[in-house]
Design a protein around this ligand. Structure first.
Ligand code: ZN
Length: 346
Protein backbone atom coordinates (compact mmCIF):
# COMPACT_ATOMS: atom_id res chain seq x y z
CA UNK A 1 0.00 0.00 0.00
CA UNK A 2 1.43 3.42 -0.87
CA UNK A 3 1.29 6.17 1.72
CA UNK A 4 -1.51 7.89 -0.14
CA UNK A 5 -3.60 4.74 0.13
CA UNK A 6 -2.88 4.07 3.80
CA UNK A 7 -6.11 3.99 5.71
CA UNK A 8 -5.88 4.48 9.44
CA UNK A 9 -8.08 1.85 10.96
CA UNK A 10 -9.69 2.76 14.27
CA UNK A 11 -8.37 0.74 17.23
CA UNK A 12 -11.90 -0.44 17.93
CA UNK A 13 -12.30 -2.10 14.55
CA UNK A 14 -9.21 -3.20 12.64
CA UNK A 15 -10.91 -6.14 10.90
CA UNK A 16 -13.92 -4.35 9.45
CA UNK A 17 -16.28 -6.26 11.73
CA UNK A 18 -19.95 -5.40 11.32
CA UNK A 19 -20.97 -4.82 14.94
CA UNK A 20 -24.62 -4.76 13.99
CA UNK A 21 -24.27 -8.52 13.46
CA UNK A 22 -25.43 -9.83 16.82
CA UNK A 23 -27.39 -12.97 16.04
CA UNK A 24 -24.63 -15.10 17.63
CA UNK A 25 -25.24 -13.47 21.03
CA UNK A 26 -27.37 -16.11 22.72
CA UNK A 27 -28.04 -14.74 26.17
CA UNK A 28 -31.73 -14.06 26.56
CA UNK A 29 -31.92 -13.81 30.36
CA UNK A 30 -32.62 -10.86 32.64
CA UNK A 31 -30.43 -7.70 32.60
CA UNK A 32 -26.66 -7.84 33.05
CA UNK A 33 -24.59 -6.04 35.72
CA UNK A 34 -21.13 -4.70 34.93
CA UNK A 35 -19.08 -4.90 38.13
CA UNK A 36 -15.93 -3.15 36.81
CA UNK A 37 -15.80 0.12 34.90
CA UNK A 38 -14.46 3.66 35.08
CA UNK A 39 -17.33 6.00 34.26
CA UNK A 40 -16.33 9.58 35.09
CA UNK A 41 -15.92 13.06 33.69
CA UNK A 42 -13.15 12.42 31.12
CA UNK A 43 -9.72 13.30 32.44
CA UNK A 44 -6.23 13.82 31.05
CA UNK A 45 -4.50 10.42 31.00
CA UNK A 46 -1.13 11.90 32.02
CA UNK A 47 -2.60 14.32 34.59
CA UNK A 48 -5.64 12.57 36.06
CA UNK A 49 -6.53 15.68 38.11
CA UNK A 50 -7.26 17.62 34.93
CA UNK A 51 -10.85 17.25 33.73
CA UNK A 52 -10.88 17.49 29.93
CA UNK A 53 -14.62 17.26 29.35
CA UNK A 54 -16.54 18.79 32.23
CA UNK A 55 -19.78 16.98 31.48
CA UNK A 56 -21.30 13.50 31.53
CA UNK A 57 -21.73 13.08 27.77
CA UNK A 58 -19.16 10.24 27.46
CA UNK A 59 -20.87 8.52 30.39
CA UNK A 60 -24.23 8.92 28.67
CA UNK A 61 -22.91 7.44 25.42
CA UNK A 62 -21.32 4.52 27.24
CA UNK A 63 -24.39 3.72 29.35
CA UNK A 64 -26.69 3.98 26.34
CA UNK A 65 -24.52 1.47 24.48
CA UNK A 66 -24.44 -0.70 27.61
CA UNK A 67 -28.25 -0.74 27.65
CA UNK A 68 -28.27 -1.78 24.01
CA UNK A 69 -26.19 -4.79 25.11
CA UNK A 70 -28.52 -5.63 27.98
CA UNK A 71 -26.45 -4.05 30.78
CA UNK A 72 -28.65 -2.02 33.07
CA UNK A 73 -26.42 -1.44 36.10
CA UNK A 74 -22.76 -0.50 35.94
CA UNK A 75 -20.35 -0.15 38.86
CA UNK A 76 -17.83 2.63 38.36
CA UNK A 77 -14.57 3.58 39.98
CA UNK A 78 -14.53 7.34 39.69
CA UNK A 79 -13.12 10.21 41.74
CA UNK A 80 -15.31 11.07 44.74
CA UNK A 81 -16.15 14.50 43.25
CA UNK A 82 -17.89 12.85 40.32
CA UNK A 83 -20.22 10.63 42.34
CA UNK A 84 -22.96 13.23 43.06
CA UNK A 85 -22.86 14.49 39.46
CA UNK A 86 -23.15 10.99 37.98
CA UNK A 87 -25.78 9.89 40.46
CA UNK A 88 -27.82 12.95 39.59
CA UNK A 89 -27.60 12.22 35.88
CA UNK A 90 -28.02 8.43 35.89
CA UNK A 91 -29.60 7.35 39.17
CA UNK A 92 -29.90 3.60 39.48
CA UNK A 93 -27.97 2.83 36.34
CA UNK A 94 -24.75 3.34 38.30
CA UNK A 95 -23.27 1.96 41.50
CA UNK A 96 -19.97 3.11 42.98
CA UNK A 97 -16.63 1.62 43.93
CA UNK A 98 -14.11 3.83 45.77
CA UNK A 99 -10.40 3.44 45.03
CA UNK A 100 -8.39 3.85 48.24
CA UNK A 101 -5.01 5.29 47.30
CA UNK A 102 -2.51 7.74 48.68
CA UNK A 103 0.78 9.11 47.46
CA UNK A 104 3.97 7.61 48.90
CA UNK A 105 4.87 10.70 50.96
CA UNK A 106 1.37 11.42 52.19
CA UNK A 107 0.35 10.51 55.74
CA UNK A 108 -1.95 7.52 56.26
CA UNK A 109 -4.70 9.92 57.26
CA UNK A 110 -5.10 10.95 53.62
CA UNK A 111 -6.30 7.43 52.82
CA UNK A 112 -8.67 7.35 55.81
CA UNK A 113 -10.19 10.73 54.88
CA UNK A 114 -10.73 9.46 51.35
CA UNK A 115 -12.37 6.34 52.76
CA UNK A 116 -14.69 8.47 54.93
CA UNK A 117 -15.64 10.56 51.92
CA UNK A 118 -16.45 7.49 49.81
CA UNK A 119 -18.47 5.99 52.66
CA UNK A 120 -20.48 9.21 53.03
CA UNK A 121 -21.14 9.10 49.29
CA UNK A 122 -22.54 5.59 49.58
CA UNK A 123 -20.03 3.42 47.73
CA UNK A 124 -20.82 -0.30 47.82
CA UNK A 125 -17.35 -1.61 46.97
CA UNK A 126 -13.80 -0.49 47.74
CA UNK A 127 -10.84 -1.05 45.46
CA UNK A 128 -7.20 -1.60 46.38
CA UNK A 129 -5.31 -1.05 43.14
CA UNK A 130 -1.99 -2.83 43.56
CA UNK A 131 -0.53 -3.59 40.15
CA UNK A 132 3.22 -4.27 40.02
CA UNK A 133 3.78 -0.75 38.64
CA UNK A 134 2.29 0.61 41.85
CA UNK A 135 4.91 -0.97 44.11
CA UNK A 136 7.30 1.96 43.87
CA UNK A 137 4.43 4.20 44.95
CA UNK A 138 3.82 2.04 48.00
CA UNK A 139 0.52 0.65 46.70
CA UNK A 140 0.92 -2.82 48.16
CA UNK A 141 -2.39 -4.54 48.73
CA UNK A 142 -1.39 -5.37 52.31
CA UNK A 143 0.21 -2.02 53.19
CA UNK A 144 -0.59 -1.21 56.85
CA UNK A 145 -2.79 1.74 55.87
CA UNK A 146 -4.80 -0.52 53.58
CA UNK A 147 -5.26 -3.11 56.32
CA UNK A 148 -6.52 -0.33 58.58
CA UNK A 149 -8.77 1.02 55.79
CA UNK A 150 -10.27 -2.47 55.32
CA UNK A 151 -10.95 -2.71 59.08
CA UNK A 152 -12.66 0.67 59.12
CA UNK A 153 -14.66 -0.15 55.97
CA UNK A 154 -15.80 -3.43 57.49
CA UNK A 155 -16.88 -1.63 60.67
CA UNK A 156 -18.88 0.76 58.46
CA UNK A 157 -20.70 -2.14 56.79
CA UNK A 158 -18.73 -2.63 53.56
CA UNK A 159 -18.60 -6.30 52.59
CA UNK A 160 -17.12 -6.22 49.10
CA UNK A 161 -13.55 -5.39 48.11
CA UNK A 162 -11.86 -5.40 44.72
CA UNK A 163 -8.15 -5.85 44.04
CA UNK A 164 -6.03 -5.45 40.93
CA UNK A 165 -3.42 -8.01 41.83
CA UNK A 166 -1.38 -8.76 38.70
CA UNK A 167 -0.88 -7.93 35.04
CA UNK A 168 -0.58 -10.03 31.87
CA UNK A 169 2.22 -12.58 31.57
CA UNK A 170 3.52 -10.71 28.51
CA UNK A 171 4.07 -7.59 30.59
CA UNK A 172 6.33 -9.53 32.92
CA UNK A 173 8.47 -10.52 29.95
CA UNK A 174 8.42 -7.06 28.29
CA UNK A 175 7.75 -4.32 30.84
CA UNK A 176 8.40 -5.73 34.32
CA UNK A 177 11.73 -7.29 33.37
CA UNK A 178 13.40 -5.93 36.53
CA UNK A 179 12.09 -8.32 39.19
CA UNK A 180 13.87 -6.40 41.96
CA UNK A 181 11.59 -3.42 41.22
CA UNK A 182 8.35 -5.15 40.32
CA UNK A 183 8.63 -8.69 41.69
CA UNK A 184 7.79 -11.73 39.60
CA UNK A 185 4.23 -12.54 38.69
CA UNK A 186 4.16 -15.19 41.43
CA UNK A 187 5.36 -12.58 43.95
CA UNK A 188 2.15 -10.57 43.43
CA UNK A 189 -0.09 -13.19 45.05
CA UNK A 190 1.09 -13.82 48.66
CA UNK A 191 0.18 -10.27 49.86
CA UNK A 192 -3.28 -10.68 48.31
CA UNK A 193 -3.73 -14.11 49.91
CA UNK A 194 -2.77 -12.52 53.21
CA UNK A 195 -5.70 -10.10 52.89
CA UNK A 196 -8.07 -12.96 52.03
CA UNK A 197 -6.94 -14.65 55.24
CA UNK A 198 -6.98 -11.50 57.40
CA UNK A 199 -10.52 -10.65 56.31
CA UNK A 200 -12.43 -13.91 55.81
CA UNK A 201 -15.70 -12.05 56.46
CA UNK A 202 -15.18 -9.75 53.47
CA UNK A 203 -15.72 -10.90 49.90
CA UNK A 204 -12.81 -10.12 47.61
CA UNK A 205 -13.07 -9.69 43.85
CA UNK A 206 -9.80 -10.29 42.00
CA UNK A 207 -10.14 -8.09 38.92
CA UNK A 208 -9.27 -9.06 35.35
CA UNK A 209 -9.71 -12.84 35.70
CA UNK A 210 -7.75 -12.71 38.93
CA UNK A 211 -4.84 -11.27 36.96
CA UNK A 212 -4.03 -14.73 35.65
CA UNK A 213 -6.21 -15.93 32.75
CA UNK A 214 -2.99 -17.49 31.44
CA UNK A 215 -3.17 -20.09 34.25
CA UNK A 216 -6.66 -21.45 34.95
CA UNK A 217 -5.10 -24.09 37.22
CA UNK A 218 -3.72 -21.32 39.46
CA UNK A 219 -7.13 -19.60 39.58
CA UNK A 220 -8.76 -22.87 40.54
CA UNK A 221 -6.29 -23.42 43.35
CA UNK A 222 -7.08 -19.93 44.71
CA UNK A 223 -10.86 -20.43 44.43
CA UNK A 224 -10.63 -23.73 46.28
CA UNK A 225 -8.42 -22.33 49.01
CA UNK A 226 -10.42 -19.12 49.60
CA UNK A 227 -14.23 -19.33 49.74
CA UNK A 228 -14.37 -15.51 50.01
CA UNK A 229 -12.65 -15.02 46.62
CA UNK A 230 -14.49 -13.97 43.45
CA UNK A 231 -13.16 -13.16 39.99
CA UNK A 232 -14.25 -10.50 37.51
CA UNK A 233 -13.97 -10.97 33.76
CA UNK A 234 -12.90 -7.41 32.90
CA UNK A 235 -10.22 -6.05 30.52
CA UNK A 236 -11.34 -6.79 26.96
CA UNK A 237 -8.03 -7.03 25.09
CA UNK A 238 -6.32 -9.13 27.78
CA UNK A 239 -9.23 -11.55 28.14
CA UNK A 240 -9.89 -11.86 24.41
CA UNK A 241 -6.23 -12.79 23.90
CA UNK A 242 -5.66 -15.11 26.86
CA UNK A 243 -9.08 -16.57 27.59
CA UNK A 244 -9.34 -17.53 23.91
CA UNK A 245 -5.86 -19.06 24.05
CA UNK A 246 -6.89 -21.09 27.14
CA UNK A 247 -10.47 -21.57 26.05
CA UNK A 248 -11.13 -25.09 27.28
CA UNK A 249 -9.35 -24.61 30.61
CA UNK A 250 -11.17 -21.35 31.44
CA UNK A 251 -14.52 -22.71 30.30
CA UNK A 252 -14.15 -25.79 32.51
CA UNK A 253 -13.03 -23.61 35.43
CA UNK A 254 -16.07 -21.31 35.21
CA UNK A 255 -18.41 -24.29 34.81
CA UNK A 256 -16.94 -25.93 37.92
CA UNK A 257 -17.25 -22.69 39.94
CA UNK A 258 -20.20 -20.83 38.38
CA UNK A 259 -21.01 -18.90 41.57
CA UNK A 260 -17.57 -17.22 41.68
CA UNK A 261 -17.37 -15.16 38.46
CA UNK A 262 -18.73 -11.67 37.77
CA UNK A 263 -19.04 -9.90 34.45
CA UNK A 264 -16.96 -6.72 34.09
CA UNK A 265 -15.99 -4.55 31.14
CA UNK A 266 -13.22 -2.24 32.42
CA UNK A 267 -14.49 0.42 30.04
CA UNK A 268 -13.20 3.94 30.74
CA UNK A 269 -14.92 7.17 29.65
CA UNK A 270 -11.91 8.85 28.06
CA UNK A 271 -12.04 12.22 26.26
CA UNK A 272 -13.42 12.23 22.69
CA UNK A 273 -14.08 8.50 22.43
CA UNK A 274 -16.21 7.35 19.55
CA UNK A 275 -19.44 5.53 20.37
CA UNK A 276 -18.10 2.53 18.43
CA UNK A 277 -15.29 2.16 20.98
CA UNK A 278 -17.87 1.19 23.61
CA UNK A 279 -19.77 -0.96 21.11
CA UNK A 280 -16.58 -2.91 20.29
CA UNK A 281 -15.89 -3.80 23.93
CA UNK A 282 -19.39 -4.97 24.80
CA UNK A 283 -19.72 -6.80 21.49
CA UNK A 284 -16.43 -8.67 21.99
CA UNK A 285 -16.99 -9.38 25.68
CA UNK A 286 -20.44 -10.84 25.17
CA UNK A 287 -19.18 -12.72 22.10
CA UNK A 288 -16.37 -14.22 24.18
CA UNK A 289 -18.51 -15.49 27.05
CA UNK A 290 -21.75 -16.55 25.44
CA UNK A 291 -21.10 -17.49 21.81
CA UNK A 292 -19.09 -20.01 19.84
CA UNK A 293 -17.91 -17.28 17.44
CA UNK A 294 -14.32 -17.76 16.24
CA UNK A 295 -12.30 -15.18 14.33
CA UNK A 296 -9.59 -12.54 14.60
CA UNK A 297 -10.44 -10.02 17.32
CA UNK A 298 -11.68 -6.75 15.82
CA UNK A 299 -9.82 -4.77 18.53
CA UNK A 300 -6.21 -3.72 18.11
CA UNK A 301 -4.01 -5.34 20.76
CA UNK A 302 -0.48 -3.97 21.34
CA UNK A 303 0.31 -6.97 23.57
CA UNK A 304 -0.29 -9.48 20.79
CA UNK A 305 2.65 -10.81 18.77
CA UNK A 306 1.47 -11.45 15.22
CA UNK A 307 1.88 -15.11 14.30
CA UNK A 308 2.47 -16.99 11.07
CA UNK A 309 -1.21 -17.20 10.14
CA UNK A 310 -1.07 -13.55 9.18
CA UNK A 311 -3.59 -12.09 11.62
CA UNK A 312 -2.60 -8.85 13.32
CA UNK A 313 -4.91 -9.40 16.27
CA UNK A 314 -5.36 -12.45 18.47
CA UNK A 315 -8.04 -15.02 17.73
CA UNK A 316 -11.24 -14.58 19.69
CA UNK A 317 -12.68 -18.00 20.53
CA UNK A 318 -16.07 -17.88 22.18
CA UNK A 319 -16.60 -20.04 25.27
CA UNK A 320 -20.32 -20.57 24.67
CA UNK A 321 -20.97 -20.88 28.40
CA UNK A 322 -24.19 -22.77 29.22
CA UNK A 323 -27.22 -20.52 29.93
CA UNK A 324 -27.43 -21.48 33.62
CA UNK A 325 -23.76 -20.52 34.10
CA UNK A 326 -24.08 -17.31 32.07
CA UNK A 327 -26.94 -15.92 34.11
CA UNK A 328 -24.84 -16.35 37.25
CA UNK A 329 -21.81 -14.66 35.73
CA UNK A 330 -23.84 -11.87 34.11
CA UNK A 331 -26.20 -11.19 36.97
CA UNK A 332 -27.06 -13.31 39.95
CA UNK A 333 -23.59 -13.51 41.51
CA UNK A 334 -23.37 -9.70 41.55
CA UNK A 335 -26.91 -9.31 42.89
CA UNK A 336 -26.13 -11.73 45.72
CA UNK A 337 -22.80 -10.13 46.68
CA UNK A 338 -24.24 -6.63 46.54
CA UNK A 339 -27.41 -7.71 48.36
CA UNK A 340 -29.55 -6.13 45.66
CA UNK A 341 -33.08 -7.37 45.21
CA UNK A 342 -34.28 -8.43 41.78
CA UNK A 343 -37.18 -5.96 41.99
CA UNK A 344 -34.71 -3.10 42.03
CA UNK A 345 -32.88 -4.41 39.00
CA UNK A 346 -35.31 -6.24 36.83
ZN1 ZN B 1 -10.27 -1.15 35.78
Amino acid sequence: MSTAETVRLPEYNVTGQDYSQRSHLRYAGPPILDIHSHVMRPRNFEKPDVIVEDNVEQARTMLDVAAEFGITRTYTMCPADDIPILRDAFGDRLGFNGIINKKLDEPEDVAYRLLDRFLELGVEILKFWSAPRGRERGLFVDAPWRIEAAKRARAAGIRLMMVHVADPDVWFSRVYTDATRYGTKADQYPPFCRMLELFPDLNWIAAHMGGDPEHPDHLEELLERYPNLYIDTSAAKWQIREVSAHRDGIRALICRHPTRFLFGSDLVTRPALDREHYVSRYWCERTLWESDWVGPSPIQDPDFTPTDNGTTTPMLRGLALPPDVLVQLYRTNALRLLKLTTDEHS
